[in-house]
Write a protein that binds this ligand. Structure first.
Ligand code: UD1
Length: 430
């Protein structure tokens, strides 16, 4: 079984370059099939979620050429099938973006219903409500969502809650609808804006992305484009927390500091020094951290995808902090794992009460999901002794070369296959 083994205790120091945003890339790759011309996308993160989505796209008959590790060329002209198989949606939930893209372009799509997920139940009623509002007939049969329309007609759509996925999916379906669609209570996350910018680069007419009202005037077709994906806000935030938890000094390069403001503000409350430059941030932490409270909210609030990494740093603060999760109901599963490393944590409803300790103790833990997995790696880096982490396939879904980047900052981490490899690692670093 693949695991990470970590010898903690080294402050992470140096420079790290952030990859393209996974969550933006998922929307952009799906949207790329909407053109019948070549679309070249770069700054693509080389992570397993992206590679699975590319396979799902290729399964429709679209041409997918991996130009290099971080660049792909897609041409949707050869698409013959509007159906995305269950095997893809099981591996990666976000293949449901192909529903909006195929429906928008061909007025027909069939995608398997995404199941539950280990961070909570994740309904897609708002996505379907949007498609129906645009005039699609939507049916669920044998676990498949079937959406079909003679014509898609623009409408005024109010989302009942702020949803990144619904905003992106409806936006894609609406770019080739007749007339002007308005999405109210839209998500404002940086990746929503990036997908809108990408659609516009193909000739779509999307205005207002980044605010809570998005206006889309339908066009008849989309042309080819060359597009660079924005840097990953969450990968950057993860390294910021790694600097803080290990009392290190990391300059995080190729970022958009504006996207990191809520994270920077929290880390400063914890006593870290954060210096924002044009396209990099430096994070330095020394001594004992201060406790503080965190509540996750839609952008520009504190991201739910940064909740575990921040909690890992707070569990080393001098006092008690409260972390409140208001987006997903089941996002504290990693707290049991953290307790194995000595953390003093108590989960009550959607809050975790965390009383800081001086240092984690290395332990054998298991990643319950992507971001919590990355957070446990940070805990291992800050711990006294050895930590082994199972379930690293979750981490590889969203972090490009995570262990390599950590090693370049002086962290002792290795991807291992078995006990023999662990022994070798221990011998190497002792
Ligand atoms: C996206 C991100 C994920 C991030 C989340 C919140 C991608 C691929 N994933 O997930 O990393 O944690 O945003 O920032 O971009 N909801 C409904 N009905 C719907 C849609 C959503 O009830 O139809 C609820 C969800 O259960 C959740 C909340 O709305 O409580 C927000 O979910 P949403 O923003 O849609 O998250 P995702 O797009 O799935």
């Amino acid at each position: 079984m693949r695991q990470y083994v970590i010898k903690g205790g080294n402050p992470l120091v140096g420079d790290v370059t952030i990859s393209g945003a996974k969550n933006a890339a998922l929307g952009i790759l799906a949207a790329a099939i909407m053109s019948d011309e070549d679309v070249l996308i770069d700054n693509l993160p080389d992570v397993s979620d992206i590679n699975v989505l590319l396979q799902a796209i290729a399964s429709t008959g679209a041409k997918v050429v991996r130009v290099d590790r971080n660049t792909v060329k897609i041409n949707g002209k050869s698409i013959r099938s509007y159906r995305i198989d269950d095997c893809f949606i099981r591996k990666i939930r976000a293949s449901y973006y192909l529903l909006g893209a195929l429906l928008g372009k061909y007025k027909e799509a069939e995608v398997s219903l995404p199941g539950g997920c280990n961070i909570g139940s994740r309904p897609i009623d708002q996505h379907l409500k949007g498609f129906k509002a645009l005039g699609a007939h939507v049916e669920i049969e044998n676990g498949m969502i079937m959406a079909k329309a003679e014509h898609l007609r623009a409408r005024h759509i109010y989302l009942d809650m702020v949803s990144v996925g619904a905003t992106i999916n409806i936006m894609m379906a609406a770019v080739m609808a007749e007339g002007r669609t308005i999405i109210e209570n839209a998500a404002k996350e940086p990746h929503v804006v990036d997908v809108a910018n990408f659609l516009n680069s193909m000739g779509a007419d999307v205005k207002g992305a980044g605010t809570d009202v998005i206006r889309i005037r339908g066009v008849q077709k989309l042309h080819g484009s060359e597009y660079t994906i924005i840097p990953d806000q969450i990968e950057a935030g993860t390294f910021m927390c790694a600097a803080v938890a290990t009392r290190g000094d990391i300059t995080i390069r190729k970022v958009i500091p504006k996207h990191l403001e809520s994270i920077s503000a929290k880390l400063e409350e914890m006593g870290a020094f954060v210096d924002e430059m044009d396209d990099s941030v430096r994070v330095v932490a020394e001594g004992r951290l201060h406790p503080t409270n965190v509540k996750t909210l839609p952008y520009p609030g504190f991201p739910t995808d940064m909740q575990p990494q921040t909690a890992i740093a707070l569990a080393l603060a001098d006092g008690t902090s409260v972390v409140t999760e208001s987006i997903f109901e089941n996002r504290f599963k990693y707290m049991d794992e953290l307790a194995r490393m000595g953390a003093r944590v108590k989960v009550e409803g959607n809050s975790a009460i965390i009383t800081g300790i001086k240092q984690y103790k290395g332990a054998h833990v298991s990643a319950p999901d992507l971001r919590a997995g990355a957070a446990l790696v940070i805990a291992g880096l800050a711990a006294d002794g050895y930590t082994t982490i199972d379930g690293i396939e979750y981490i590889q879904r969203g972090y490009e070369n995570f262990d390599g980047k950590i090693r370049s900052l002086g962290g002792c981490i290795e991807l291992v296959e078995d006990d023999k490899d662990i022994q070798k690692f221990k011998l190497k670093i002792s």
